[in-house]
Design a protein around this ligand. Structure first.
Ligand code: KMH
Ligand code: ZN
Length: 272
């Protein structure tokens, strides 16, 4: 098995400080949280930006500041979100890609998202994939429903993305695919051989799906974007605490944890 790639999804667009007082929202807080996660064993940081009022923003300048502040501290792979918040336009969502980061997310279909709709029309998906290709950004294909895998494979046929593909199965979003072990197995069996995958279980699904990924040779995403608790009813102290738990479990299972450079090699990313 390859070494385990751990992604820390620090902030997201939906969680607030009221829900999780330790949520990092300013560029300094986000950079510091990224560094703590790096020290704990994460090799990728999935970034969402917030404005001065703590509201989600896709502004280029804010992502630039966050990226620079993280890069001053460590060489973790910075993966901005192109999902943003459900109300962001496609053009807003694309802004962080202009920084030409090593990776960015590419959501490959539309789904319900709680009481909202997370809109990813074919037009959006192709536009995002095209710009990522032009700027040499490795897409992390976000899969919230099984059919999104086929949408990604259509992008391969159109020459907009190229294997080896890297998938993130986001399971347990209210309104989209649940996070049962059977759902994860079905996703894994549905991707092309030679692909890599990670799993982001939402809420109570985070830990069991992460453990499955450790066992099955996949990779793991944890963090406040997906889950704010350490255990039932107990808030986590930090994103790094959630990363550290996965590192401990992986070690117990005999699975080594990848450094950022090892993750780059596994994912086929050349360091920028
Ligand atoms: N906040 C969600 C609507 C991504 O980062 O690419 C979308 C999301 C996906 O978080
Ligand atoms: Zn995200």
């Amino acid at each position: 098995m390859e070494k385990l790639i751990i992604t820390a999804a620090l902030t997201g667009a939906e969680v607030t400080k009221e829900l999780q007082p330790n949520l990092p929202v300013t560029p300094d807080e986000i950079a510091e949280a990224a560094y703590e996660c790096y020290k704990a064993g994460a090799s990728i940081v999935h970034v969402h930006a917030r404005d001065d009022e703590g509201k989600p923003t896709q502004a280029y300048e804010v992502y630039k500041e966050i990226k620079e502040k993280i890069e001053e501290r460590c060489d973790i792979i910075v993966q901005p979100s192109t999902g943003g918040a459900v109300w962001h336009s496609a053009d807003e969502r694309l802004q962080p890609v202009e920084l030409a980061p090593e990776m960015a997310t590419l959501s490959c279909g539309t789904c319900n998202f709680g009481s909202d709709v997370f809109m990813n029309s074919q037009e959006y998906i192709e536009k995002f994939a095209k710009r990522m290709k032009e700027l040499g950004v490795k897409p992390e294909i976000e899969v919230f429903e099984r059919g999104m895998i086929n949408n990604a494979l259509r992008l391969v046929k159109k020459g907009l993305i190229a294997p080896p593909l890297h998938f993130d199965f986001v399971l347990g979003v209210p309104g989209a695919c649940p996070g049962t072990p059977e759902d994860l197995m079905h996703m894994i069996r549905s991707i092309p051989p030679g692909s890599t995958w990670t799993v982001a279980g939402i809420g109570k699904d985070e830990l069991p799906l992460a453990v499955m990924a450790v066992i099955l040779g996949g990779n793991v995403r944890v963090g406040f974007e997906d889950n704010i608790y350490y255990s039932k009813g107990v808030l986590a102290d930090s994103n790094a605490q959630l990363v550290a738990r996965i590192v401990r479990i992986a070690k117990e299972m005999g699975r080594e944890v990848a450094t950022p450079d090892e993750a780059r090699k596994i994912l086929g990313i050349s360091k920028k």
